[in-house]
Write a protein that binds this ligand. Structure first.
Ligand SMILES: CC(=O)N[C@H]1[C@@H](OP(=O)(O)OP(=O)(O)OC[C@H]2O[C@@H](n3ccc(=O)[nH]c3=O)[C@H](O)[C@@H]2O)O[C@H](CO)[C@@H](O)[C@@H]1O[C@H](C)C(=O)N[C@@H](C)C(=O)N[C@H](CCC(=O)O)C(=O)O
Ligand SMILES: Nc1ncnc2c1ncn2[C@@H]1O[C@H](COP(=O)(O)OP(=O)(O)OP(=O)(O)O)[C@@H](O)[C@H]1O
Length: 571
């Protein structure tokens, strides 16, 4: 994206205090602001055509979000065209429109050739380009974005910086936290958050950048100090079409103007290609011999991961309370990015070492039971393979691994047989539902079965009811075993037949443990209570400042296709 420059004239005042809306986005409260003239915003986009003029105080791409005095940006989408919703936006108080074609509506309008391309820079200009005054890291890749962002955020905090974070799980501004609806916010929401960060004196932020966001220009108007690439594996191909296109979209983060320097993991072919092609300064890292910063050793146990990293700081030993060897590159990415952003080495390492548990990422559920229960967000066959290897390492000698896994509905169907094949290497693979959406969960499980046809009987169990699958895994576990529940991680709802229904793997795991006599503070008869969990583990996480949906009662366990429509407020 080029053609971006700051709007002339006075900067608008920062937005008022934010409050979470129902979808979990921080929203500006209706604080009166002078606003920015449409004619000023017009100068940010070459070729923009103006009809009328008015000062606008904020902007949105969604007519349902409009507040009095805002600019409504009409996006032509895949399902509907924002231009059809402009009249509703005006009725809701929109003072002006950003359009691709002038509309017969009596409000000032700014016409640009493509609203998607312009919306980021215009939203940035409207808020006074707040990202320009933040130190920003953008993390992209198929796996590891969330984990790396949390570790990086912890490094900022350890340096004494006021910090921000944006990603799949939540948005954090200093001590404020909001649950996320998207990995990367839409441009108007993103710029509003940056403005709030500036108003709250945030110095640096770690942000996940999804391929959807890059494709949809959500980060247009943002220049990252550091762009981080973790890895690439087949995902979202029903959106991007091919791996080549997926790679190309990810690589947009590393274009000059979008990031100033790149920190690239070269453990896969895509990272090596990116490092060779990027037109910004690149620091390569990973296990690979060609990496400039090389991980020379990785050790994992129940307390977390330790790596030795041979880098510009010398041979650095880093620990992080994140389980699993897949995290070695996340730890290295966080450290190297923190250093590139001028976090001193000591605080960078200390912050990563002291990072709080990351919701739904190898999260331990500890009710004192003599086996491990892990809830994780693995959703690619490669990530699952890594988690299973970790679980085998964590199991006691002779211990078994019981896996609960499904594949999401309405997307990435091609992953199902391969996921089934990898799943079948667990001692017990319980194939179940995972947010089936409009698909029949049994049909999804059958597609996973294609990959496990050659597995011996008894290891693979079909249980489309996810709650029952979790209970089954936990009742099968013996001392020294590991129960791995993957796919939903931090998520607290799933999509079932057009409805968003409450479901939290962690709650169901705790309920199943309690049903077996294991509960925090309690003790199953005849079994000795394990010692207290080590630092960073066994802690309930994900307690955000609001819930987007009501929770189902613990133990809610109706079969997935018999769940009644309840508890879900409209979006
Ligand atoms: C598949 C996908 O990416 N869809 C995105 C796309 O939707 P779309 O083209 O279908 O939009 P649409 O529904 O036709 O609406 C067009 C426009 O009309 C507006 N509208 C619509 C109705 C109305 O009453 N009023 C109104 O103004 C909409 O707000 C929109 O601006 O354009 C919309 C506006 O930019 C996005 O919000 C929407 O993301 C949806 C919410 C979504 O779920 N995206 C997911 C897939 C996503 O982005 N995920 C990634 C992470 C992926 C991962 O790693 O797992 C993320 O960054 O979160
Ligand atoms: N560097 C990595 N390489 C491979 N697998 C990883 C890596 N980091 C994490 N994983 C696995 O992928 C899962 C998702 O990790 P994480 O949430 O950090 O990635 P993400 O890129 O943010 O994915 P999402 O956008 O879906 O949240 C983890 O729960 C873990 O199983």
């Amino acid at each position: 994206m080029t053609g971006y420059r700051r709007a002339p004239g006075p900067r608008p005042t920062p937005p008022g205090p934010l409050s979470p809306d129902q979808a979990g986005r921080p929203t500006a409260d209706a604080a009166p602001r002078a606003g920015v003239l449409l004619s000023q915003l017009a100068t940010t986009w070459p070729g923009a055509e103006l009809r009328g003029d008015a000062a606008v105080v904020d902007c949105t791409h969604d007519s349902r979000q409009v507040r009095p005095g805002w600019l409504f940006c009409a996006l032509a989408g895949a399902r509907t065209d924002g231009h059809h919703h402009a009249a509703a936006a005006v009725r809701a108080g929109a003072r002006a429109l950003l359009v691709q074609r002038f509309l017969e509506l009596d409000v000032p309008q700014l016409r640009v050739p493509n609203v998607r391309w312009a919306i980021g820079p215009i939203a940035a200009a409207l808020h006074g380009c707040p990202a320009d005054r933040l130190s920003l890291a953008g993390v992209t890749g198929t796996n590891g974005k969330t984990t790396t962002s949390y570790l990086l955020h912890a490094a900022f905090v350890a340096a004494g910086w006021r910090a921000g974070q944006l990603g799949t799980v939540e948005t954090r501004i200093g001590e404020h936290r909001w649950a996320s609806a998207l990995t990367t916010l839409e441009a108007p929401d993103l710029q509003r958050v940056f403005a709030r960060m500036r108003a709250e004196r945030v110095k640096a932020a770690a942000m996940e950048v999804s391929s959807h966001a890059l494709d949809q220009h959500r980060v247009a108007g943002v220049a990252f100090d550091v762009g981080v690439f973790t890895n690439l594996a087949a995902e979202h191909l029903d959106y991007h079409g091919t791996m080549e296109q997926y790679y190309y979209t990810k690589s947009l983060l590393f274009a000059p103007g979008r990031c100033r320097q790149a920190v690239v993991c070269v453990d896969d072919e895509w990272g090596r290609r990116l490092a060779a092609q990027a037109q910004v300064p690149v620091l390569t890292f990973g296990h690979s011999a060609c990496a400039e910063a090389r991980i020379t050793e990785t050790r994992c146990d129940r307390s977390g991961t330790l790596i030795r990293l041979d880098c510009a700081d010398g041979l650095v030993e880093l620990t992080a309370p994140v389980l699993g060897s897949c995290n070695s590159t996340n730890v290295a990415a966080a450290y190297l990015t923190a250093r590139a952003m001028r976090v001193p080495a000591g605080p960078a390492a200390a912050g990563i070492a002291g990072c709080a548990p990351i919701p739904g990422r190898s999260e331990l559920i500890d009710a004192g039971q003599p086996f491990l229960v892990l809830v994780d967000y693995a959703h690619t066959p490669g990530a699952l393979e890594g988690q299973l290897a970790t679980c085998r390492d964590l199991a006691a000698r002779g211990g078994r691994v019981h896996l609960v896994i499904g594949c999401r509905g309405d997307r990435d169907r091609y992953k199902r047989p391969e996921t089934g094949r990898v799943a079948a290497s667990a001692d017990t693979a319980i194939l179940t539902s995972d947010s089936p959406g409009d698909e029949d969960p049994r049909a999804i499980v059958e597609q996973m079965l294609v990959g496990v046809l050659d597995r011996p009987d008894g290891q693979v169990v079909l249980e489309p009811d996810r709650a029952a699958a979790i209970r089954l895994a936990i009742t099968r576990a013996r001392p020294g075993d590991v129960v791995l529940i993957v796919g939903r991680g931090h998520e607290t709802t799933q999509q079932v037949a057009g409805r968003e229904l409450p479901f939290d793997d962690r709650r169901h795991a705790r309920a199943a443990l309690a049903a077996c006599g294991w509960a925090t503070g309690g003790r199953a008869p005849g079994v000795r209570r394990r010692r207290a969990p080590r630092r960073g583990h066994g802690v309930t996480t994900g307690e955000l400042t609001h819930a987007t949906v009501e929770e189902a009662p613990v133990g809610f366990a109706a079969p997935v296709d018999e769940v009644s429509p309840r508890s879900v407020p409209p979006p």
